[in-house]
Design a protein around this ligand. Structure first.
Ligand SMILES: CC(C)(COP(=O)(O)OP(=O)(O)OC[C@H]1O[C@@H](n2cnc3c(N)ncnc32)[C@H](O)[C@@H]1OP(=O)(O)O)[C@@H](O)C(=O)NCCC(=O)NCCS
Length: 179
């Protein structure tokens, strides 16, 4: 009996995770940072430090993505510079990736930026980050150039038989909000 209830509880939880869809944006608060930081560490090989998020809360526009049930799904940090909005970080929690959440959140973010009279979104993305490059391209961003060796990276050194520090190029992308 207890076993059956546990199985039912597990299945219901699994279904709730599976059915999470983006529904709305909310401004990120300091109290969200522990959740954001824990997702950041799971989602990136080179995650932001807590200080990075604290600086972004001071200077930027920062949003959390929520499902209709009020479950946090991901986040985005932007730095406004005149009429330009620089995306510094976009992330969907690994368990919710591949469900159209980033695409829907980008649509909601660009609507908000248009309302606030921004003209362009700019960002940098690692050359090797094909999911993100594909997301942005499909959304309508163009690839405008390369910033050589912009990111910290690591490579496997056969001779030393260990990972060694390396650098990776950034692809510069932009999206015009008023075309
Ligand atoms: C990149 C990221 C934000 C995408 O979020 P997501 O919610 O999984 O993306 P979506 O489900 O909305 O996918 C939208 C489009 O992105 C592309 N995409 C997403 N995941 C992909 C993958 N694993 N491989 C290739 N393309 C992918 C596809 O074009 C997809 O459209 P499609 O489903 O019609 O093919 C997510 O993978 C992530 O958080 N990664 C770790 C953090 C990161 O790298 N952020 C980007 C920093 S610049």
């Amino acid at each position: 009996m207890i076993f059956k209830s546990l199985v039912e509880l597990f299945c219901t939880k699994a279904l709730l995770v599976m059915s999470a869809h983006f529904s709305y944006l909310q401004t990120m608060q300091e109290s969200d940072l522990s959740w954001v930081f824990s997702v950041e560490q799971r989602a990136y090989d080179f995650p932001w430090s807590m200080k990075g998020f604290e600086n972004s809360l001071e200077q930027g526009l920062n949003y959390l993505f929520y499902s209709i049930e009020g479950k946090a799904l991901g986040y985005c940090c932007l730095l406004p510079v005149l009429d330009e909005a620089h995306i510094l970080n976009v992330c969907v929690a690994p368990e919710y990736q591949g469900k159209g959440i980033a695409r829907a959140a980008l649509t909601a973010i660009s609507d908000k930026l248009r309302e606030r009279r921004f003209n362009i979104i700019l960002l940098e993305v690692r050359e090797s980050n094909m999911p993100a490059r594909q997301l942005y391209r499909q959304f309508g961003f163009t690839e405008d150039g390369v910033r050589k060796g912009y990111y910290r990276s690591s490579l496997w050194d056969e001779a030393l038989m260990e990972l060694v520090d390396a650098r990776e190029d950034a692809i510069l992308m932009s999206y015009r909000l008023n075309d």
